[in-house]
Design a protein around this ligand. Structure first.
Ligand SMILES: C[S@@+](CC[C@H](N)C(=O)[O-])C[C@H]1O[C@@H](n2cnc3c(N)ncnc32)[C@H](O)[C@@H]1O
Length: 341
């Protein structure tokens, strides 16, 4: 088994380039950066060496593999100088070939040399697994020093502050309650939700983000953890909140994340989960087109129904979704049982 991946290069939370990695040997080359030198394409400058390396790996797959999956065929694969030579070799290969293609490019791919006439080729939506855990961790470790929700509140985060305020109203935390914020970042949502004097705990994947949070909220109890493994005791919190972190999970993880939330809530405890979400695939595609280059193809924003259903399946009560702004929804619910006194 072999393959080629192109991990991002981050700087201060921004994608400044991509590398290309041979998955069977681990060998890597630079593929592109956001500055010259290189062959300009869209906002990047491509290294001829990186392109030759990547195309050679694709050509090798065309010669040797029985099943080939390309996730996904995008503008670079379709441009004549980019990955097109490698893709052309794959199209001529005797292998079973699966190409994933976003809906806006399906027609272009269909009309692209060889695809229309190849009976064994299936055109399907991208697998949409988003960033790996390692990439998400790397993103926030490098972004932490400059992460500022005020400046981040564009693109999919448009309306960030209003959304935090509206979502916070949905849980109305009372003094004396204990609050947990998952993916707490710099603590912006916890600070809105928890009245002064409330005991706040925060969990985050990134120690660098937690360090930022500690500077701003020295009284918070902070620890590294993951949505699926919160490293806090059972039945501890009256309120669990999360903002703009849930979409870093894969859809298959949603239900386990809710089970973990219910585990740490006291009976009757409430949760509110705020994030970029969409009610339909068509809405998601419309937002992608409206945001243009501000859209991030590596983020997989959930469908509201998928989140609600996962909460229901995990055993949450009173699950409901509220649209709090153009791109943001808050899903609320509670752990079954009587309200803690
Ligand atoms: C976009 S930031 C949002 C931070 C903050 N909640 C806010 O609204 O400003 C996403 C945060 O979630 C954290 N995160 C990402 N995936 C996570 C996971 N699986 N478990 C816990 N935290 C995660 C990141 O490290 C980052 O701090």
């Amino acid at each position: 088994m072999g393959g080629v991946a192109s991990p991002r290069v981050f700087q201060g939370g921004e994608t400044v380039g991509y590398r290309v990695r041979d998955l069977s040997t681990g060998e890597e080359r630079s593929l592109c950066l956001d500055k010259p030198p290189g062959i300009p394409f869209r906002r990047f400058f491509f290294s001829p060496d990186g392109l030759v390396f990547a195309n050679a790996l694709l050509e090798q797959a065309a010669r040797e593999a029985e099943v080939i999956v390309v996730d996904e065929v995008g503008p670079l694969e379709l441009s004549s100088g980019g990955f097109a030579p490698g893709l052309r070799a794959l199209l001529c290969a005797p292998a079973f070939l699966v190409l994933t293609v976003r809906s806006s490019l399906v027609d272009e791919v269909r009309s692209w040399g060889g695809v229309a006439s190849a009976p064994a080729i299936a055109l399907a939506p991208p697998l949409g697994t988003g960033r790996s855990l390692e990439e998400t961790h790397r993103l926030f470790e490098s972004w932490a020093a400059t992460y500022d929700p005020l400046t981040a509140s564009s693109g999919p985060l448009t309306g960030y502050h209003d959304s935090l305020a509206r979502a916070a109203e949905l849980v109305s935390t009372r003094l004396g309650e204990r609050v947990l914020d998952i993916g707490i970042g710099t603590g912006a949502f916890a600070a809105r939700v928890a009245p002064l004097g409330t005991e706040v705990w925060g969990v985050d994947l990134s120690s660098a983000m937690l360090a930022r949070c500690r500077e701003e909220h020295p009284d918070y109890h902070l620890r590294e953890g993951h949505f699926l493994s919160l490293s806090v005791p059972d039945a501890t919190f009256h309120v669990v909140v999360s903002s703009f972190a849930f979409h870093h999970l894969m859809p298959v993880e949603y239900e386990s994340a809710f089970r973990e939330i219910l585990r740490v809530l006291v009976p009757g405890g409430r949760f509110v989960l705020l994030d970029v979400m969409f009610s339909t695939e068509a809405d998601r595609e419309a937002a992608r087109l409206a945001l243009g280059h501000l859209w991030d193809d590596e983020e997989v924003y959930p469908l509201v129904s998928a989140v609600e259903q996962a909460a229901d399946r995990a055993g949450a009560a009173d699950v409901a979704a509220h649209r709090v702004s153009w791109l943001h929804w808050a899903v609320v619910g509670s752990r079954p049982g009587s309200e803690p006194s």
